[in-house]
Every structure is written in structure tokens, then in C-alpha cells.
Write a new protein. Structure first.
Length: 269
């Protein structure tokens, strides 16, 4: 296994020189960081940046978001996909206002008590907003740590907690994410310019495969997005007008839309 102190030193030195300039790294506002982390789930950075700015302009605080309707949140989310993330953010805001005075709690367990916040997001808020030395493991972090320390991906969670430098948790976690996104990639990693080349156990192939080109077109997720796009521009639409009404019914059960007694669907209020 690589020597932890040497890995920490090399990676933090690299991050000090090469850190990506991302807007949510210029704030310690827990709400703004939460919004960024939720948007970054399943969405590329360059698509998130303008939507993050627009969201915070529309809903500057948890209280502002809580006062809006779910429909407002879903409309503001347009273009990001995976619209349930907007519903979760709205629910988190409502719970935070009701139980924490409109603030996000500081600890990982308290953050995870908010419905819709899992271990990764709780760790991100605790670390990036409150600068606590806690770990968080996403796809990039898992890949980097499993390669560098030669452990199975399933064992990374435990390892991640052990290797966070207590005095530099923020920079360490951001550095791991940057390294995985730019150099330690799943395919064709740029090992020769990696700051951890001397320490790394070598790349391991990813167990996940990428879907074939065009697989998204016509998928259930694609249809859900088209349904929401239609409802964003129409007050209500008859359920029989949808090609697959069972998808709309499932979306109603999830809280994205509402179906009236007379068979019309609209965005959830």
C-alpha cells in the first residue's frame, strides 16, 4: 500500500497549483454548496455552472426555496435532467426551515437526518461548508483511492475515512475529485503526468460499462423528461394524451406531478 503521508503531500501540492476554478469553491454557504452537490449528481460541471447561478438567483436561501412550490422548483430545474433532485432539494429546504430555523446542521448524522441527503452529500456539506475533516466517496474518489492504495473499490469507504488529513480535509477531498476528473480517468488515465505516479499501484479497470450511443433516446428517463417539459409549458394535460400514462402515474407517486380526479396531470404544487 502507498505511504499515506507521501500521497497526501503530493496530492495537496498538486491541488495548490492545478485546482479547477469552480464557483461553489468560492463560498462556504452551506445551502449554495448543497445545491451544487445535488446538481453535480449525474450532470457535468459545465452544464451545472449556469444552472447553479440561475437557481441561487431564483432561490437565494433555503427559506426562499421552502416558500416556493415544488412546481416552481421543477421549472427552475429544467435542462438538468433527473428532476427528482429538484423535489428532494425542495423537501430538504422545507424540513430545514421547520426543524433547524432555515439553516443546515453541521454534522454528518444531523445532515443525513434531512430526507434526501445521503452520506456523500452530508459529507460534502460538512467538509466544504463547515471545513470538517470528513470523507466523501463519489465515482472519481473511489477510482483514485482504489488505484493508489491498491484496494478493492468495495473497501474504499473505510479507507477514505482513514486517509483524510485532519488539517486539510477541504483541499484533500477537492483534490481527489479533481484528480479523478482530469487525470485519473476511468479510461486512458494520464498516468505520466499524475502527481501520484510514484505512489500509485496502477489503474484498475472499471466494472461499469458505458451505455451504447443513443440508448437514452426513447428510454423511460427520456420519456419522463419529455413529460415534464410538456407540463412546464401547459397548466394541465389530459392523462389519455400521454403515450404511456403509467409513467405519469409513477411520477405522481414520486411527487413530481399531480393527477386530478377528472384525469388531468399537472406539475406538483
Amino acid at each position: 500500500m502507498a505511504e499515506v503521508a507521501r500521497v497526501q503531500s503530493a496530492l495537496l501540492e498538486w491541488y495548490a497549483r492545478q485546482a479547477r476554478d469552480l464557483p461553489w469553491r468560492r463560498t462556504r454557504d452551506p445551502y449554495a454548496i448543497l445545491v451544487a452537490e445535488v446538481m453535480l449528481q449525474q450532470t457535468q460541471v459545465d452544464r451545472v455552472i449556469p444552472k447553479w447561478h440561475a437557481w441561487l438567483q431564483r432561490f437565494p436561501s433555503l427559506a426562499d426555496l421552502a416558500q416556493a412550490t415544488r412546481a416552481d422548483a421543477i421549472r427552475a430545474w429544467q435542462g438538468l435532467g433527473y428532476n427528482l433532485r429538484a423535489v428532494r432539494l425542495h423537501a430538504i429546504a422545507c424540513q430545514a426551515v421547520a426543524e433547524y430555523g432555515g439553516e443546515l446542521p453541521r454534522t454528518v448524522p444531523e445532515l443525513m437526518a434531512l430526507k434526501g441527503i445521503g452520506r456523500y452529500t452530508a459529507g460534502a456539506v460538512a467538509c466544504f461548508a463547515y471545513e470538517q475533516p470528513v470523507a466523501m466517496v463519489d465515482t472519481n474518489v473511489r477510482r483514485v483511492l482504489s488505484r493508489v492504495f491498491e484496494v478493492e473499490p468495495s473497501d474504499v469507504e473505510k479507507l477514505a475515512d482513514q486517509v483524510v488529513p485532519p488539517a486539510a480535509g477541504y483541499a484533500w477531498n477537492q483534490a481527489l475529485m479533481d484528480l479523478g476528473a482530469t487525470l485519473c480517468r476511468a479510461k486512458r488515465p494520464l498516468c505520466l503526468v499524475c502527481p501520484l505516479l510514484a505512489e500509485c499501484g496502477g489503474p484498475r479497470p472499471s466494472a461499469r460499462t458505458k451505455p451504447a450511443a443513443g440508448a437514452f433516446q426513447g428510454s423511460r428517463r427520456f420519456l419522463r423528461g419529455r413529460i415534464l417539459d410538456a407540463l412546464r409549458h401547459h397548466e394541465r394535460i389530459a392523462l389519455v394524451d400521454f403515450g404511456e400514462p403509467e409513467i405519469v402515474e409513477r411520477m405522481a407517486a414520486e411527487g413530481l406531478v399531480e393527477i386530478s380526479f377528472d384525469g388531468y396531470a399537472r406539475l406538483a404544487l
